[in-house]
Ligand binder design. Structure first.
Ligand code: NAD
Length: 483
C-alpha cells in the first residue's frame, strides 16, 4: 500500500526533491503504515517556488479570462476522470472512508475549478459618469498568493484556494498540512497536464515554520489559511506586518438549534452528519446540539439507535461509514475530551472510547445533559463527539448559542418559517442552515465571523478576496488648477 509521490515538492512545473529537509512520514491512520516519506522544504526550495510564482504571474494575468478558464475546466475534467484513484489516495492520506472521499473531497474541488472558470470571464469593471469626466474600474489580480491547508479536507482545500486565485490571474504557492501532504501534489500534476503554465501552482511541504516563512516573504500579496484559531492569530499578525490580504478559515464550536416542532428524523440525521462525517473532523460541525426540552427524549432515543448502527472499519471498504481519526495525536486529544466530559458530569448516551476497528479509531460518542460551562461545550474537539444541551425558550437558546468566541456556522431545525429566519438573523455565524446542515456547495459563500475567521471562500464573495480594484479617473477637458 505505497502511495509514494515522485518527490516532495512541485515547483515550476516539475517535481523537486531536496533531502536536506527534515523527514515527514505520511501515515495511513487506519493501520499505522508509513505510506510515503517526504522532506520539508529547504530555503532553496521555498525560494524557487516564490521566484517561479512571481516570474509566471504577470503573463498569466495578461491572458484573456476565457483562456485561463479553459485550463481550469480541463483540470476539473481530469479530476473527475481520475476520481476513483484520487479518492483512494485521499483515503490513505486522511483515513476517511472511501464512501466519503469518492463523493466529497475531489468532486467538490472539481466543482470549485469549474465554478470559478465560469465566473471569471463574466467579471468586468464599472464606468462611473461624472459629467464631462468619468471613472472606470479594472479588477486586477493580487499577485502571488500563499495557501496553507489543514489536514481534514486536504485536496478540497487546495482546490478551493487555487481555483479563485488562478481564475483571477494570480499565482499560488501552496503548503499542505504536514499530516496530509499528498493530494496537493496530484493537483499540481493535473494543472500542468491541463495546460497551466509552469510556476503558477507550486506545492512546498513542511511544518509551521515553512508556512511562516512564506507568509512574510516580500513577494507575497495574499495569504489564505485554513487551520485552527491559534495558528490563524499568528498568521494574521505576520501577514499584517506586510499589509497583506488575508483569508482566514478557522475553527468553530457551532450550534444546531432543534425546536420542539422540528422533524426528529431530519434533526437527528443532520446532527449526525454535523458530528460524525469525516469522524467529526469538520470545521463547521454543529458540536453543540441544543434540543428543546419537549423533544429531548424522542431525539435522544433515535440518535442512540442510529448512532449504534454506524459502521466503523476498513476505510477502503465501500460499506464503511466511519474511519479512524487522522493521527494518533488527534485520537489521544479526542479521547482526553471524552474523559473530561465524563468527569465533568455529562451523561454518556453511546460510544465513549476507542474502537477496535483499527489504529486510530474512536467510537461515535454522544453526551447528553451537557451544560454551557463544560469543556466539550466550549472547546473544539475535532472528533466524533456530539454534545447535546437542553433549552426552554428561543431567547435563551439564541443567547447561549452566541456565547462563544467562535462564529463559523449554525443551524436551526423548526417547522415555523418565521422563527427559522428570525433565529438565523440573531445568530452570530458566517455560514448557516435552516432544516439542513453542513452542505457547502461552491455557489454559496463559506466562512466565519468572530474568531472563526475573516474573508469568504466560494461563491461570488471569493472574487473580492483574490482581486483588487483599480480606479481610473479620466479627465476629458482642461485641468482646472488654481495656481
Ligand atoms: P493547524 O492550525 O494546526 O495547522 C493549519 C496549517 O497551518 C498547517 O498546514 C500548519 O503546518 C500551518 N501552520 C502552523 N503554524 C503556522 C505558522 N506559524 N505559520 C504558518 N503556517 C502555520 O490546523 P490543523 O490541525 O491542520 O487543522 C484543524 C483546524 O483547522 C481546526 O481548528 C479546524 O476547525 C480548522 N479548519 C477550518 C476550516 C474552515 O474552513 N473554517 C476548514 C478545515 C479545518
Amino acid at each position: 500500500m505505497i502511495a509514494q509521490p515522485q518527490a516532495s515538492h512541485f515547483v515550476n512545473g516539475a517535481y523537486v526533491e531536496d533531502t536536506a529537509g527534515a523527514v515527514i512520514e505520511v501515515i495511513y491512520p487506519a493501520t499505522g503504515a508509513v505510506i510515503a516519506r517526504l522532506h520539508e522544504a529547504t530555503p532553496a526550495v521555498i525560494e524557487a517556488a516564490l521566484a517561479g510564482a512571481a516570474a509566471a504571474q504577470a503573463a498569466w494575468a495578461a491572458k484573456r479570462p476565457v483562456e485561463r478558464a479553459r485550463i481550469l475546466r480541463c483540470a476539473a475534467d481530469l479530476i473527475r476522470e481520475r476520481n476513483p484513484d484520487l479518492a483512494r489516495l485521499e483515503t490513505l492520506d486522511t483515513g476517511k472512508p472511501i464512501q466519503e472521499t469518492l463523493v466529497a473531497d475531489w468532486p467538490s474541488g472539481a466543482d470549485a475549478l469549474e465554478y470559478f472558470a465560469g465566473l471569471a470571464p463574466t467579471l468586468g469593471g464599472e464606468t462611473i459618469p461624472l459629467g464631462r469626466d468619468f471613472v472606470y474600474t479594472i479588477r486586477e489580480a493580487l499577485g502571488v498568493c500563499v495557501g496553507i491547508g489543514a489536514w481534514n479536507y486536504p485536496s478540497q482545500i487546495a482546490c478551493w484556494k487555487s481555483a479563485p486565485a488562478l481564475a483571477l490571474g494570480n499565482a499560488m504557492v501552496f503548503k499542505p498540512s504536514e499530516v496530509t501532504p499528498l493530494g496537493a501534489l496530484k493537483l499540481a500534476e493535473i494543472f500542468i497536464e491541463a495546460g497551466l503554465p509552469a510556476g503558477l501552482f507550486n506545492v512546498v511541504q513542511g511544518r509551521g515554520a515553512v508556512g511562516a516563512s512564506l507568509v512574510t516573504d516580500r513577494r507575497v500579496a495574499k495569504v489564505s489559511l485554513t487551520g485552527s484559531v491559534p495558528t490563524g492569530q499568528k498568521v494574521y499578525a505576520a501577514a499584517a506586518a506586510g499589509v497583506r490580504h488575508v483569508t482566514m478559515e478557522l475553527g468553530g464550536k457551532s450550534p444546531i438549534l432543534v425546536f420542539d416542532d422540528a422533524s426528529v428524523e431530519d434533526a437527528v440525521g443532520a446532527a449526525m452528519l454535523g458530528n460524525f462525517y469525516s469522524a467529526g473532523q469538520v470545521c463547521s460541525n454543529g458540536t453543540r446540539v441544543f434540543v428543546q426540552k419537549g423533544i429531548k427524549a424522542k431525539f435522544l432515543k433515535r440518535l442512540a439507535e442510529r448512532t449504534a448502527a454506524i459502521v466503523l472499519g476498513d476505510p477502503l471498504d465501500a460499506a464503511t461509514q466511519m474511519g479512524p481519526l487522522v493521527s494518533v495525536a488527534q485520537m489521544v486529544k479526542v479521547l482526553g475530551y471524552i474523559e473530561t466530559a465524563k468527569a465533568e458530569g455529562a451523561t454518556l448516551i453511546c460510544g465513549g472510547g476507542r474502537d477496535p476497528a483499527g489504529e486510530c479509531f474512536v467510537q461515535p460518542t454522544v453526551f447528553a445533559d451537557v451544560t454551557d460551562t463544560m469543556t466539550i461545550a466550549r472547546e473544539e474537539v475535532f472528533g466524533p463527539v456530539m454534545a447535546v444541551l437542553d433549552f426552554d425558550t428561543e431567547a435563551e437558546v439564541v443567547a447561549r448559542a452566541n456565547a462563544t468566541e467562535f462564529g463559523l456556522a449554525a443551524g436551526v431545525f423548526t417547522a415555523d418559517l418565521t422563527r427559522a429566519h428570525r433565529v438565523i438573523g440573531a445568530l452570530q455565524a458566517g455560514t448557516c442552515w435552516i432544516n439542513a446542515y453542513n452542505l457547502t456547495p461552491v455557489e454559496a459563500p463559506f466562512g466565519g465571523v468572530k474568531s472563526s475567521g475573516v474573508g469568504r471562500e466560494n461563491g461570488h464573495a471569493a472574487v473580492e478576496h483574490y482581486s483588487q480594484i483599480k480606479s481610473v479617473y479620466v479627465g476629458m477637458g482642461p485641468v482646472d488648477a488654481p495656481y
